[in-house]
Design a protein around this ligand. Structure first.
Ligand code: FE2
Length: 319
């Protein structure tokens, strides 16, 4: 296995899930790694080359593996086929842990550009997993309480948003943007004092006004990270707008609120309610959604809540 090509890494390489690296197989795409210091990529496995045990050991030892954008569709196809052939559903607990680690890093140091590219890669992998026909939102929910750690809320909201985006029929590139926007929706909280963000009990007026700054702070941070995509930015800035215009920061109403912000708003409330109540099964989840539909019509886009309910109904019916 020789390193034969070196070229600058821009945004043209996507993270590969190492779960696919096993012996006695061939890929129809090249695999690369990244040299951290030089920010350059190196070819580590040529396509159509059969993998032996020793090659697997070497490939696994690289921290990150990538595929070039020109071959990403081959990787995505391979990944989906691989996951669907594997016995049983994917180990969601492990997946959750891996993604959570990157999100944690991102929140600790939100200005690091490298973190954003990792977040982007992770979301691409999340989208691949969720677009798989075998993915069940209910199986994801069942692992939540056992795997709680910092910033899981952002991760949960991202998974729910991707599921809702898939259900609504968004195209894959839009679903990826939505996943990124949802993962970063509360990024601005990293700029607000910990004692306010983590306070137990009710907030003073001053503290609440501080918390209310987070969508705008997140939007500014995202722009500083180089994000220019309007869909991603709108989701971050406007996820606390309300249908009746009493939200913040822009007091937008109904049709003026971007669809990403509305989706993230629904998933944000859903995760807050289900996490607090430590609901574990599909019935309780369903009840939460019904309660949201009945009590939050001034706040949330109820047509989206209805669509979210349908995901759970469809899963229950297909069991
Ligand atoms: Fe928020």
């Amino acid at each position: 296995m020789s390193i034969s090509v070196k070229q600058p890494i821009k945004k043209k390489y996507y993270l590969i899930d190492k779960i696919i690296i096993i012996s006695d197989i061939k890929f129809d795409f090249n695999i690369y790694t990244k040299n951290n210091e030089e920010e350059r990529v190196s070819l580590v496995l040529e396509k159509e080359k059969k993998l032996f045990e020793k090659d697997v050991d070497i490939l696994i030892s690289y921290k990150y593996l990538y595929v070039h954008e020109s071959e990403k569709e081959f990787y995505d196809k391979y990944f989906r086929n691989y996951m669907s052939k594997k016995n049983g559903p994917r180990d969601m607990g492990l997946f959750y842990k891996e993604v959570g680690y990157t999100v944690d890093k991102m929140f600790k140091d939100p200005e690091r550009l490298a973190s954003y590219s990792e977040v982007k890669d992770i979301v691409t992998n999340m989208v691949s997993t969720i677009l798989d026909d075998d993915f069940l939102i209910s199986s994801f929910i069942s692992i939540l309480s056992a795997n709680y750690y910092t910033h899981t809320h952002s991760l949960n909201v991202s998974v729910y948003s991707i599921c809702l985006g898939k259900h609504l029929g968004l195209v894959e590139s839009e679903i990826e943007e939505l996943g990124i926007s949802a993962l970063l929706h509360d990024l601005g909280k990293s700029k607000i004092k910990d004692e306010i963000i983590n306070k137990n009990g009710s907030l003073t007026e001053y503290e609440f006004n501080e918390v209310k700054k987070h969508p705008l702070l997140g939007w500014l941070l995202a722009k500083r990270l180089g994000i220019t995509n309007k869909n991603i930015l709108s989701g971050i800035r406007n996820h606390h707008e309300r249908m009746d215009g009493n939200g913040y920061p822009d007091k937008l109403k109904d049709k003026d609120i971007h669809i990403f912000a509305k989706i993230i708003g629904v998933c944000d409330v859903f995760d807050a309610l289900t996490t607090k109540r430590v609901y574990k099964d599909a019935v309780s989840t369903f009840e939460t959604l019904i309660m949201m539909k009945k009590e939050m019509s001034k706040h949330l886009d109820i047509t989206l809540v209805d669509e979210f309910i349908k995901i759970f109904k469809e899963e229950t019916q297909s069991k």
